[in-house]
Design a protein. Sequence first.
Length: 399
Amino acid sequence: MPSSRLLPSLAISSPEVPPGTSRRSFLRMASLAAALPVLTEARLAWAAQQAASPRLSPFKFPVPPNANTVMINANENPLGPSEAALAAVAAAARTSGRYDATGVQDKLTSLLAAEFALPTDHLAIYAGSSDPLQFTTLAFTSPTRSYVTADPTFESGAEAANANGARVLSVPLTSTCAHDVKSMVAADPHAGLLYICNPNNPTGTLTPREDILWALDHKPAGSILLVDEAYIHIANAPSVIDQVALGKDLIVLRTFSKIYGMAGLRCGVAFGRPDLLGHLALYGSNPLPVTAMAAAVASLQQPDLVPTRRQIITDTRNSTFAWLDRKGYKYIPSVSNCFMIDTGRPGREVMAAMQQQNVYIGRNWPIWPTSVRITVGTPHEMAVFQTAFDKVMNAPISA
Ligand SMILES: Cc1ncc(COP(=O)(O)O)c(C=O)c1O
């Protein structure tokens, strides 16, 4: 599946500084942000399901067709929020007649700042990490400052760059499915933003920390590096948040949607120098749901939560890999909660056939049309997946 081909790039004009705070640029940014579709994983996953099987009603989103449906198509965590987080949600809901009666935003900010030994102004909380991913892209790309990304990877930023009139330069992953940082850095001397997703969605593979630090040191002048660590807890890989304290041109994203199981509650964080975060703030700074922030605080205060969940996901993933090995199916070994499986036939057809078995998988990426992403569900869900997948792969696919 991996290829070393660099996708073609177009000619570009002169560099431009990131947008300032003039009224004109503020209005342009505000109208862009308003026009931007909400590009969450769930929306992208559902759009892919509909593309695979147009008979699906768009109105079913995001409700599964029935309780027996296995939804392993959007990199969600079937464990959901922890019991402590659920109790915190209930308590916070009672105070939610006010914007933030208990100061939960300050509390969450302080906890995160202490965890990463950063001043509190070096992080900003959002309702998930989709917002800061898109805001960073809008702030640091433009028609003259491109967006450099991997292929395949999470495409929400690329969509935002497109909406911003920026060119998107896609660099295939290396043969080990790491980001090809040398090619990414060389892709455009006037790049505005380089996006590295570590571990990567959809491959669940890692880019070595030293490669990311190399990119940070060698990226084009005036560009920003955006490192998306949505899945890093699951991989237990080294973070680059420590580089934020060194004043680098770096923004790092984290989310409570994955290991903490809070995708529907919505809480995420952007780490960066205050001047960089200031650019993101121009795109919106709504008060945040106190329920989500209370759940995030409760989750951070449970030291055993991350290692316990990491173990559960790792065990379920590895036993699925053992089954795939026994059956002779090809896949990319992953250290995350998702992996790519090589179906040897159009991935969309397999997605559609799996839908008929009430198992929702996907998405697939144009660069690898015969591969499909699978999210690691519960052991029961993966058992249902195995039965359905075997059935689909052993039967001719009807149109
Ligand atoms: C790599 C990556 N970044 C960011 C997000 C956005 O997640 P959320 O907005 O739920 O924090 C996702 C969602 O799946 C993702 O896969």
